[in-house]
Design a protein around this ligand. Sequence first.
Ligand SMILES: [Fe+2]
Length: 551
Amino acid sequence: MTELQIAIKKLVGHGVIIKTDAYNLLKQASDPVLIAELFLSEYSSKEYLTRDEVELLLKKSKSGVSEKKYRATPVTKSKVPRRRGKVINRVSRKVDGSVESIDDRIDKANSKSTRKEREPQYSIIHTSFEELKGLTNYEPQFSVTRDPDLNSGYKGGIDDLVGYFQDRFTKLERIFRSRMDLQNITKIRDIKRKDSPISVIGMVTEKVVRQGRSRLTIEDPSSDEDLLVLLPRDNQELTERVLRLMDDTVICVEGKMFKGNLIAHDIHLPEIPMLHEKRRADIPVHVAFLSDIHVGSKEFLSKPMDKFIKFLNGKLGGSKMRALGEHTKYVMFGGDVVDGVGIYPGQYNDLELQSIGDQYAEFARFVGQIPEDVQIVVIPGNHDMVRSAEPQPRIEAVHVPDLAAMENVRLLGNPSQVSLHGVEVLLYHCTSMPDIMNHIPGASNNNPVEIMTHMLKARHLAPIWGAKTPIAAEPKDHLVIDSIPDIFHGGHIHINGEGYHRGVQIVNSGTMQSQTSFQKSLNIEPTPGQVTITNLKTFEMNKLDLMRIQS
Ligand SMILES: [Fe+2]
């Protein structure tokens, strides 16, 4: 291998793209390896090697300034400098006397030192490298489990509203009726005014929590009359749980009737069963979760997005991260892939790309660089070019012709659910998050996992009707979580979070947009560039910090 080839191998090995004019100049350098090493030391965050940089480094290397800075010992022609003062002999002899080649030395240096220095600092990789190395020849196993069918004749009248709530109630009632622990489930119409234990399933229409006796009002489709539920004065724990109940949640109250009111002993949410068992993939194939890319905004961060593309191409970081990238075969985009146009007053001034077509074309340019064997799902968010009322239909191909033409891209509605190697992944943009946050004492933007946990407990993605989240009263309530997912993916608030609730993995993706003036006014600190990558066999959550990982 020539000196020039060694230099190129080092640069490309670190994900650096060499411009043509830089390459031509590098060819003429007497010590191209030295130039490559200096570039990696001085311009570690740069993705491209340009002619200007080669010229500068040639001058520096002649002046000896760089040698003092980067070399601990004088360099002779037989030595290659390494970062942080270490020196590698081009040819050395091992203890057993065998000759070690230049390639061996460079590979060893890259794998043992430089790459290792980079990975642990800015990423958390739990996946076993050994397991990935043995992973070959597998096909994608991808199917769509749920995608809102929105050709159902929705007209938006009062009848639709009644049908919508009836469907919500029926689905959630079914969950309660499948439980073995609830005795004497009784409709409001059939309640006898006698003192025997009953369970009543109803939708919360009002809650009053105060010192002394707190109360709830619930309703069901069997009766025009609401049922008043009184909480025992001495049951503080139950009162605190009621405080966290969201309006329009379907609950089940256990208690006894007394003077026409139900005295509650316990209150249940539909919840995820304790014994819910996760489905797992047979192999450690991975899925990456992203959301809120906001292409087109002046605050859009293209560099972490570029790094993510490199990661999927197996060109980012050291050997472990590269292997992880090569075995990340699914990418989920949880909505707001573009910033949109006319989403809020004065948005025009915040846009780098003022045309929605240009925004989607730019997003498609990124997606087009993802390897074709990676399956990609895109659902819309509140910034995308679909109706804002949930459930949202998929983005129409006419608006995203480039994306629609890619065979590995699936455009789905919000919410949707997909099966990846048997693992069920629920995708929801989480536009309802601020409503839920405002409703539940103590809930905050900084803890999206807690808010998503409330959705799982209520088995509904946007339970509160009439708040800020626009909800279309479709004949079917597509926002009920009737099929339990193994992974629940959300976005919207631009703050990354990971956790579990009763075995369901929760991932809230951050964003690829830096803090906007709107977020600043609300004191929201986004976490851009953080990508969670889940191992579908072990459910280990790896994390890339693309703002800090060197490309
Ligand atoms: Fe967003």
